[in-house]
Design a protein around this ligand. Structure first.
Ligand code: LLP
Length: 424
């Protein structure tokens, strides 16, 4: 439950800040986050593991806002990054290189160089070719690159197909049967420092059994490597823990997850890292939006809001449904409605809702659990500006990203010059 989103006197607040006031200030659509909720979610990971210390590397892709990264850094969090851009964000938020792990299936030479220069904790390597590229670039930089091999454990995470990453045939990770050989190659290569193994099986995972399978396979591999006399000191267990988006999905217990970790890989004497994203920021954020138009239908109204798939892509991409409530509650009859964004695509659809009163133009709505993969996946489609982000703490707030202006959007395309190509 979003305990930092309270209904007081019929309207919604984030912590002690009235969302109506924020709407007047920054307009809609707007993302609003509770810093207390983020801190609490981070602490609940720490608490779940208790004395069995584990390193937490927040998955920057879930929410890349510099102020949120910096808040997490102040709690001691490291970062899991997947691009040079995310690396720059983590560094800019003050995260030391030694707390940064670099995941991702398509790292470019430029990004690898950038990460070597930042002296990151480790590269989670996804293929033999990537391993060779990192070795060559490390030699060029005269450093030894810390590498861990990302294993594809061939486990079904039992989540949406578009966010499942650990099955055979998925583009991610190194096949189980190739890991030991590749690890031995890395160990024999003076340019590489093989530090361990990594795994990440998917996202919005609500059943814990896939973790049990994946981590058991990882354990098997560790045994294999050790039997071959190969050095190993770390395991990166990935992210993926789900949250509740209302309905009948419930978030798996962190204590039960920690228990699986301890039972499967806890006794191997290895440094453990996890890479949670959604579970830390998802429930800490809402997207506030205004109703632009209502078309009355026979069974249900068609409601057009001022937030679209460019602001929150999850419904259009995955059929995800975010719970919706009125910013200022209204008692009375409910009326089924279908909520759409303003973008020129039928996919710009947020879902069917049965528990709202008849909606009217000007009503403000709150889309819940929008703190993860909301702002970070936003685009400029239909030349719609990126929505602002507001961080709340107690009774204060900070606009941690201002709304993009139209000039901001056009500037990259101004003043194009024409040149004669060399003709090669
Ligand atoms: N580590 C790696 C290597 C990842 O690829 C991801 C997410 C995470 C950690 C963090 O996973 P989390 O704890 O947030 O589930 N856009 C989709 C989710 C894509 C997740 C991609 N990888 C969505 O909106 O549902």
């Amino acid at each position: 439950e979003e305990k930092n989103l309270a209904e007081k006197g019929g309207f919604l607040q984030v912590e002690d800040v009235d969302l109506r006031e924020l709407c007047e200030l920054v307009g809609t659509p707007a993302y609003v986050y509770s810093s207390t909720a983020i801190v609490d979610a981070y602490r609940s990971f720490e608490d779940a593991f208790g004395r069995n210390r584990i390193a937490i590397c927040f998955a920057v892709k879930a929410n890349s806002n510099l102020s949120i990264l910096s808040l997490l850094r102040s709690l001691g969090s490291g970062m899991d990054i997947v691009s040079g851009g995310e690396l720059a964000r983590a560094l800019s938020a003050g995260v030391p290189g030694e707390r940064i792990v670099f995941s991702g299936v398509g790292k470019t030479a430029a990004e690898i160089r950038q990460a070597l220069d930042a002296r990151i904790h480790q590269f989670n390597v996804e293929s033999a070719a990537e391993l060779q590229l990192i070795a060559a670039l490390a030699a060029e930089r005269k450093v030894r690159a810390p590498v861990s091999l990302r294993v594809n454990p061939d486990v079904d995470a039992l989540t949406h197909a578009k966010i499942s990453t650990g099955r055979k045939g998925d583009k991610f990770g190194i096949a189980m049967e190739d890991v030991a050989r590749l690890y031995a190659d890395a160990a024999a290569d003076a340019r590489l420092d093989p530090v361990g193994l990594a795994v990440h099986i998917g996202s919005q995972i609500t059943e814990l059994s896939p973790y049990q399978s994946a981590y058991s396979r990882l354990r098997g591999l560790v045994g294999e490597l050790r039997a071959a006399g190969l050095p190993i000191r770390r395991l990166d267990l990935g992210g993926g823990l789900g949250i509740s988006y209302g309905g009948n999905t419930s978030a798996p217990s962190l204590a039960a997850y920690a228990d699986i970790v301890c039972r499967t890989v806890g006794d191997l004497g290895l440094e453990l890292t996890i890479e949670p994203g959604r579970r830390i920021v998802g429930e800490a954020g809402v997207l506030v939006t205004e109703v632009l138009t209502v078309k009355h239908g026979e069974d249900a109204d068609i409601v057009i809001i001022d937030a679209g798939m460019n602001d929150l892509a999850r419904p259009a991409l995955y059929g995800a449904v975010h719970p919706v409530s009125l910013l200022v509650g209204r008692p009375g009859l409910k009326r089924p409605c279908r909520i759409f964004g303003p973008v020129c695509e039928s996919a710009d659809f947020f879902g069917c809702y049965a528990d709202l009163p008849p909606l009217m133009q000007g009503d403000r709505l709150v889309l819940h659990a929008a703190g993860a993969y909301g702002a970070s996946m936003a685009s400029n489609y239909n030349t719609r500006p990126l929505a602002p982000e507001v961080l709340v703490k107690g009774d204060s707030y900070a606009v941690v990203r201002r709304r993009q202006s139209i000039a901001d959007m056009l500037v990259l395309e101004k003043d194009a010059g024409w040149f004669a190509a060399s003709g090669r």
